[in-house]
Structures are given as structure tokens and as C-alpha cells.
Design a protein around this ligand. Structure first.
Ligand code: NAP
Length: 279
């Protein structure tokens, strides 16, 4: 089999753990694939896409700041990527470039892996944030089926826009920050989807401790550190906790599966990420 090339398109890309994780997974399955990171400035994105096609790349990952800007250059989108309005995975199929989004599915896979008996369709879910990651997670949960979704965001209008775009699938409501404590008291799952608390600002937390209680799962999309201040405080209040590493592993595993058609070595990928975060 001829070598298959996969690109990572982003700016910056030097910090990314994906090349190490994906190349290890390809080697483990003895696949002739190679994953290469490219630092692409926004004004060069269209040319980069043409380059991938000309050079016969099999597919790509797309990261900040191109996840939305790349949409006009793609031939097709999966329904999930269209709904989310952003892509993180590209795959050539019969010469056509298909855009997909595995972030939300990666989150869901990780949540159900750690809490296999969740009955999401009965659950009240709150999400703090309305950016790209929040949108991918909220859209995927809404499609999967959840009882009710509450959104809290610094700029309320953005939270309202997200709720409006999801109402076709779920009972969704944006709530101002100062009114959220009452909502939090009845939540079964609270998802934090902003960068507040991410390394190096590890002593920060957006979520007041008064929102946290023992009947909820608190999920933080941040994976560096693995235990954020939010998760530490949630644990102290008796909540179950879920960090962002599983989402990172599973979004990568799903991308791997799109490119190769094979089941990804998830545990190896997780080990690789955890090791690289600890060094
Ligand atoms: P984004 O598109 O830039 O969105 C950022 C969100 O955070 C917005 O809702 C923004 O509110 C809010 N925000 C930012 N700074 C804030 C502050 N100081 N106070 C209150 N709200 C603030 O970013 P993203 O891509 O969604 O990423 C969000 C987080 O998810 C990051 O920590 C990222 O590392 C993590 N993430 C994890 C994974 C994973 O695989 N585990 C994948 C993707 C992202 P406004 O709308 O009001 O500006």
C-alpha cells in the first residue's frame, strides 16, 4: 500500500499532541500512514487545501483558527458538521473533500465510557460557554437526546443564539450568569466549556462552588491540567467528575477511523496523551 499522508492544519501547531498520538496509532496497526503538522496562516488556507489535493493527501485535522473559515473550501459536510457549523476532520472520498466534526462525538463517547449507565434522555444538562467546543458538544447531545439544556455564557446573546439553533432538537434555554445558581441546583450534568482554569491559570474557575452539588456530574473540557480547580471543588462537594482527556482521545480516535476505516487503538492513544501532558 502506498504511503497515506494526513495533515494537521492550524496556527500555531507546535504545541499539538496529535502528530505523536496519531503516528503512534498508525505504527501500532502497522499502517503506512504519516501525520504531519502544518502551520497555516489564515490567508494561505485556500492554497493549503489545494496543496493537499495536489499532493494526494488522504485527509486532515483542522484546528484553531480554521475550523469555521475552512467551510467554503470543502465539497461536502456531514450533517453533524453542518449543524455545528465547524469541522475538525477532513477526508477525501472519490476525489471530493468531506468535512466532519468529531469533537462532540468524542465528548459523548468519553462520557458514556466513564458513565455507561447514564440515561441522557432524562437528564437536565447545563453548559457553561457558547464557543466552538460548547457548540459541538451541545449539538451532539441535542441530537443524541437529552431532557433539557441550559446554557450560561459571558455574552448572553451568544448563549441565546446557541439555544435558538438547538431548539429544533432539544428544549434549550440561555440563562444569565446571575440567575444560574437556581438552574444548577436541578442539573444532573454540568459541562464547563471555556478556557478559564486552563494551564497556566490553574487557580481560576468560572463556576462558583455554590453551583456544585453531590447529585451532579461535573465535566470539564479542559485536559491541561487533568484536574482543574473546578473538578477539585466539585469532588469536594461530592459530585462525580469527568475531565477533558477522554474527549481529546476519542475525537482523535474517530478521526483515525474516518481515514483508515479501522478501529483506533484508543488505550494506546490515551496513554500517549497522558504521558506527553506529564512531560
Ligand atoms: P472558543 O471557541 O474560543 O470559546 C470560548 C468560550 O469561552 C466562549 O463561550 C467565551 O465566552 C468563553 N470565555 C472565554 N474566556 C472567558 C472568560 N474569561 N470568562 C468567561 N467566559 C470566557 O474556545 P473553544 O474552542 O470552545 O474551547 C473552549 C475550551 O474547551 C478550551 O479550554 C479548550 O481547551 C477546550 N477544548 C477541549 C477539547 C478536548 O478535546 N478536551 C476540545 C476542544 C476544546 P464569550 O462567548 O462570551 O466570549
Amino acid at each position: 500500500m502506498q504511503e497515506q499522508l494526513i495533515a494537521l492544519l492550524g496556527q500555531p501547531v507546535t504545541h499539538s499532541k496529535s502528530p505523536q498520538m496519531q503516528n503512534l496509532a498508525f505504527q501500532a496497526l502497522e499502517l503506512p500512514y504519516r501525520y504531519l503538522a502544518f502551520d497555516v496562516a489564515p490567508q494561505r488556507l485556500k492554497a493549503a487545501i489545494s496543496g493537499l489535493k495536489a499532493l494526494g493527501f488522504r485527509g486532515a485535522n483542522v484546528t484553531i483558527p480554521h475550523k469555521v473559515a475552512i467551510l467554503p473550501f470543502l465539497d461536502e459536510l456531514t450533517p453533524l458538521a453542518r449543524g455545528i457549523g465547524a469541522v475538525n476532520t477532513l477526508c477525501y472520498q472519490d476525489g471530493r473533500l468531506l468535512g466532519d466534526n468529531t469533537d462532540g462525538q468524542g465528548y459523548l463517547a468519553s462520557l458514556l465510557e466513564e458513565f455507561p449507565h447514564l440515561q441522557l434522555e432524562k437528564m437536565s444538562v447545563g453548559i457553561a460557554g457558547a464557543g466552538g467546543a460548547a457548540r459541538a458538544v451541545a449539538f451532539t447531545l441535542a441530537h443524541h437526546g437529552i431532557g433539557k439544556l441550559y446554557i450560561v455564557n459571558r455574552h448572553l446573546e451568544k448563549g441565546k443564539a446557541l439555544a435558538d439553533s438547538l431548539r429544533e432538537w432539544v428544549d434549550a434555554e440561555a440563562v444569565p450568569f446571575h440567575q444560574f445558581q437556581k438552574v444548577a441546583s436541578k442539573l444532573n450534568l454540568l459541562i464547563h466549556a471555556t478556557p478559564v482554569g486552563m494551564s497556566p491559570n490553574t487557580e481560576e474557575s468560572l463556576i462558583p462552588v455554590e453551583w456544585l452539588h453531590a447529585e451532579m456530574i461535573v465535566s470539564d473540557l479542559i485536559y491541561n491540567p487533568l484536574e482543574t480547580r473546578l473538578l477539585r471543588e466539585a469532588k469536594e462537594r461530592g459530585a462525580l467528575i469527568h475531565n477533558g482527556i477522554g474527549m481529546l482521545v476519542h475525537q482523535g480516535a474517530l478521526s483515525f477511523e474516518r481515514w483508515t476505516g479501522l478501529k483506533a487503538p484508543v488505550e494506546l492513544m490515551r496513554e500517549c496523551l497522558i504521558n506527553s501532558l506529564q512531560t
